[in-house]
Design a protein around this ligand. Structure first.
Ligand SMILES: C[S@@+](CC[C@H](N)C(=O)[O-])C[C@H]1O[C@@H](n2cnc3c(N)ncnc32)[C@H](O)[C@@H]1O
Length: 221
């Protein structure tokens, strides 16, 4: 991609494979916070973190930020009182941005940053995390419902999950039926599904449903 061209949501939604993601975010990592988060008024990460933090009876322990990108979910969780947050992402360029992110108190946001493709089995032991949070990653060409199985696996029994899913994808890509199956299989509890605006102002360059996220809040059984 031409380095001088600004990356847009259209480019992000054109991603089809993990390799496409690596390439896109390699070019976007340096400017993502400014050109996307600030310029578009992206607040999806705040929603996912808030729904997680609002679960007052959540168990103590480390939390995994799935598709952590440049690290804005991690900062929100740490500033909200979570002591240990690990981040996982396929893009080393995005992880390099997350590595420098700090809390309001000047501590590093993340304890461990893990480079891995979440469409495959990841090198994390089962039952490791007391919480799973994700924003902006279950979207066009990124992660589909099948990747949820690895999240359920690395989460310990009772772990709280707060996973933002692009609303345009929720039914059409099979998230609703996957969650329903996983409840029936007794893998996760019946989720609360909360609709939230992903941006402070409606974006006109994407479909209406792309402006919203379904924040899935459930527990791993
Ligand atoms: C739109 S960014 C969201 C980043 C951050 N969570 C936020 O809310 O700003 C999507 C992230 O998903 C990551 N990603 C895409 N495909 C992935 C995969 N197969 N495995 C792991 N991470 C992936 C990208 O590298 C990127 O950092």
């Amino acid at each position: 991609m031409n380095k001088d061209k600004k990356i847009s949501l259209t480019d992000a939604y054109a991603v089809e494979t993990p390799d496409d993601s690596i390439q896109l975010y390699k070019d976007w990592a340096d400017s993502y916070d400014e050109d996307f988060i600030a310029a578009k008024g992206y607040v999806g990460y705040l929603n996912a973190a808030r729904y997680f933090l609002d679960q007052e009876d959540r168990p103590p322990g480390p939390v995994l930020d799935v598709g952590c990108g440049t690290g804005v979910v991690g900062i929100s969780l740490r500033d909200g009182g979570i002591a240990v947050v690990d981040g996982i992402d396929i893009s080393q360029a995005m992880l390099d941005q997350a590595r420098d992110k700090k809390t309001q108190n000047g501590a590093l946001a993340y304890t461990h940053l893990i480079q891995a493709d979440l469409t495959e089995t990841i090198a994390i032991k089962s039952n490791t995390y007391a919480g799973i949070v994700s924003a902006g990653t279950f979207t066009h060409g990124h992660l589909g419902p099948e990747s949820l199985d690895e999240l359920w696996r690395v989460a310990a029994p009772g772990a709280v999950c707060s996973i933002a899913i692009n609303a345009a994808h929720f039914d059409s890509q099979g998230f609703a039926s996957k969650l329903s199956d996983d409840v029936k299989r007794n893998v996760v509890t019946e989720p609360d599904i909360n609709i939230a605006d992903t941006y402070t102002h409606k974006l006109n360059d994407v479909d209406d449903e792309d402006n919203q996220s379904m924040i899935v809040v459930c527990r791993v059984v």
